[in-house]
Design a protein around this ligand. Structure first.
Ligand SMILES: [Zn+2]
Length: 496
């Protein structure tokens, strides 16, 4: 006997189109069968009245730690990847994750920003949020066009990361707006040669030219067309902001002509990043973004900046400070809600959180083992409620899409975006015999995010059971704090 069987739930599997009551049997970390009357097992989960679906796959999560995993587990996530930023060096990062153990399946791309920092400033520190903030004190890699020698150094570091199994190349272009098109064309050619995707935070996000979001998308479309590289657009919502209508037209037209471009979005009108980000120092910040300095809020104490002087002073004092950027006022502005819908409901687009690490009130990143998290831990609500919020509001309450389509955006589409270059993803995002046993079981009627900007440290509710790589991590709504079932997701490592 052995194994596990989940009985009597509403099985919703976008890959097969199944949406019916049935059983799911699990053996040795994989789904053994999906059907009815699948008989007994060593362990049975009664899912009567609940939804049984493939675990959600987050393409865009910067937490990458045990506390961040646990919060995302209650958001229905079973696989959490950092593809936008990525890591460098790649092999060392995977070794470290395996050594400490992870609660969710995990993985990362190769980090272009740190390749640039290394090649242009000589500082080859391992990638992390703190190291990123500190690196912003030396603006050469942010503002300068790279020399041919430096481009060579960047490409070598990226190729090394890909050969170590990195899931493509993460391009934080907006954090180094000085990078030239010749360099990025070479980076995309490298991606095309390795047949891997790139994951881009586009270069510019302004609603007005020059250096507008539209200009940045035209560049990205150009990279796809001129190099054949698969260009994945990160957080289509926050990169496009109030100019999303124009950006949607550009991207949709490019896709309709067969260009390899994919899209993701998160269901919030507020972004989050580090204070030293180049776009905050832009003297035309207000005119170009249509948001005042009070739209930028420090996470640790909730302070909203009064003016440019105050922001620049805080930037100089502590560059890696985490801040919120209130871009679309979806609570009070119906038009802004419609704009957010354009990215969140983009056809064929994935839901991805852009989850941030959990920070303590003294600004340090929390990586400890306490559950629940320490009271003063904060991040962004999307780090706790992105997927449950999407299903609660866009699927259940507003019926903007069906449950099958909603789960397609949260699980199957993210897997499909990666499966061509990362074979391990062909066994994820679906419920079928032989696929990985990453399964979320939730109460559709009560599923909800609970994290808010005034109270972020709140786990979502409604996920009754969560199975990660065949291991029940959440049972009857309770987390197994001893469990570390997370497995690495990685491309094959090059020989030699
Ligand atoms: Zn980003």
């Amino acid at each position: 006997m052995g194994g596990l069987v989940i009985t009597g739930g509403r099985v919703v599997d976008p890959a097969s189109g199944m949406d019916a009551v049935g059983d799911v049997a699990v053996m040795d970390g994989r789904i053994a069968a999906v059907g009815t009357s699948l008989g007994g097992a060593e362990r049975t989960i009664d899912a009567t009245g609940l939804v049984v679906a493939p675990g959600f796959i987050d393409l865009h999560a910067h937490g990458q730690s045990i506390p961040a995993d646990r919060m995302q587990a209650f958001d229905g996530v079973t696989t959490t990847l950092d593809l936008e930023a990525g890591v460098l060096p790649v092999a060392a990062w995977y070794r470290r994750q395996a050594a400490k153990g992870r609660v969710l399946n995990y993985g990362a791309s190769t980090n272009w920003a740190f390749a640039r920092i290394g090649a242009m400033t000589g500082s080859n520190s391992e990638s992390s949020l703190e190291a990123f903030g500190n690196a912003m004190r030396d603006r050469r890699w942010i503002d300068n066009v790279a020399s041919d020698t430096e481009v060579g150094g960047i490409l070598d570091r990226l190729a090394g990361g890909l050969n170590e199994g990195g899931i493509g190349i993460g391009i934080l272009n907006a954090y180094a707006p000085g990078a030239g098109v010749q360099e990025l064309t070479a980076v995309c050619q490298l991606a095309a040669t390795h047949d891997v995707p790139t994951f881009t935070h586009v270069a510019f996000m302004s609603r007005v030219d020059p250096e507008s979001a539209a200009e940045a998308y035209i560049r990205l479309i150009g990279y796809a067309g001129a190099t054949g590289a698969h260009m994945h657009i990160c957080h289509f919502n926050s990169s496009s902001k109030t100019d999303i209508e124009r950006c949607v037209k550009l991207v949709a037209k490019a896709q309709s002509q067969g260009l390899p471009i994919t899209v993701e979005a998160y269901p919030y009108g507020t972004g989050s990043t580090v204070l030293a980000a180049a776009f905050f120092s832009d003297p035309e910040f207000v005119a170009r973004n249509g948001t005042g300095y009070d739209s930028v809020q420090r996470v640790a104490d909730g302070r909203r900046f009064r003016d440019r002087e105050e922001l620049l002073a805080a930037q100089a004092a502590e560059p890696s400070t985490l801040v919120l950027w209130h871009i679309l006022d979806i609570e009070n502005n119906a038009h802004h809600r419609d704009l957010l819908d354009m990215s969140v409901l983009y056809p064929g687009g994935a839901i991805a959180s852009d989850a941030m690490p959990w920070t303590l009130s003294d600004g340090r990143t929390y990586t400890g083992d306490a559950w629940p998290l320490p009271k003063d831990a904060t991040s962004h609500p999307r780090s706790a409620g992105c997927f449950t919020r999407f299903i609660r509001e866009w699927v259940r309450e507003r019926r903007a899409v069906s449950l099958l389509e909603g789960i397609r955006k949260c699980a199957l589409i993210p897997a499909q975006i990666l499966e061509h270059s990362t074979p391990a993803m062909r066994a994820k995002g679906r419920l079928a015999a032989g696929t990985d046993a990453d399964i979320v079981v939730f109460d559709y009627e009560t599923l909800t995010d609970r994290a808010e900007f005034s109270a972020m440290n709140r786990a979502a509710e409604g996920v009754r059971h969560l199975v990660v790589s065949g291991h029940p991590l959440i049972t009857d709504g309770v987390l197994d704090v001893t469990a570390r079932p997370g497995r690495p997701v990685r491309r094959p490592v090059a020989e030699g």
